[in-house]
Design a protein around this ligand. Structure first.
Ligand SMILES: [Zn+2]
Length: 221
């Protein structure tokens, strides 16, 4: 392996460890739950192993798999939920990183059968857009990819019924920001519900925000 490739892989491994700890500290990955991955190149991914506390994860624990989920390197076994990640990478060539976690309030919405698709909060429109709820699927099986398939092309964050959430983006930081925002939006939605008077954005207000987002994204490129 060329020296530069080694440096890139080292850096990506360290980032996966850093964001694993961050997500653990936020309470999004209790026990050994949750998993992260990034593209190493067009054919390979780096991913977290199964059965690992994300607080104790080390760079050497990260494993390498191909886009079929075959493990190519690593002393530990890849996460049993890798199928979820593969389904997203195959469908979205623009996606460089995927995070699956169980943030408590967003997961409560997923357990109550409630998507977060109502536009009630400006930040939600500007960052996440609508967050659909994928149908029930047994974790670690092909059912998960099938349940996500209708939503992956048009969304960057999806709730998984009775399970948790998945977000993805142009790098691991982008995927992390979406997961953090998703939990924030779920918490605000819950609090507004408790106050008893949610006032969704009007369609025209939401449309203006979407246009502002497009402009912002063009400037950011
Ligand atoms: Zn899970």
């Amino acid at each position: 392996m060329a020296n530069q490739d080694c440096q890139t892989e080292d850096k990506l491994r360290r980032e996966l460890v850093r964001f694993s700890k961050w997500l653990y500290r936020l309470g999004f990955m209790p026990g050994t739950s949750g998993n992260l991955s990034v593209r190493l190149d067009r054919e390979r991914l780096l991913a977290t192993p199964t059965g690992a506390s994300k607080y104790l994860l080390r760079s050497a624990d990260i494993v390498v798999v191909d886009l079929e989920g075959q493990q190519l390197a690593g002393s530990r076994r890849v996460t049993s939920e890798i199928g979820m990640h593969l389904a997203i990478y195959r469908e979205r060539r623009d996606v460089e990183a995927v995070i699956h976690s169980h943030p408590p309030v967003a997961t409560a919405f997923a357990c109550a059968g409630r998507p977060l698709d109502e536009m009630f909060c400006q930040e939600a429109v500007m960052t996440l857009g609508s967050v659909p709820l994928a149908g029930y699927a047994t974790t670690g099986t092909d059912e998960v990819a099938a349940s996500l398939a209708p939503f992956v092309p048009g969304h960057d964050a999806i709730l998984l019924a009775n399970h948790g959430a998945v977000t993805y983006g142009r790098d691991i930081f982008d995927a992390f920001l979406k997961m953090e925002t998703l939990e924030h939006v779920a918490l605000v939605r819950l609090a507004a519900h408790q106050l008893g008077c949610i006032r969704p954005l009007e369609e025209e207000q939401a449309e203006r925000l979407r246009r502002a987002k497009e402009k912002y994204m063009q400037n950011a490129v």
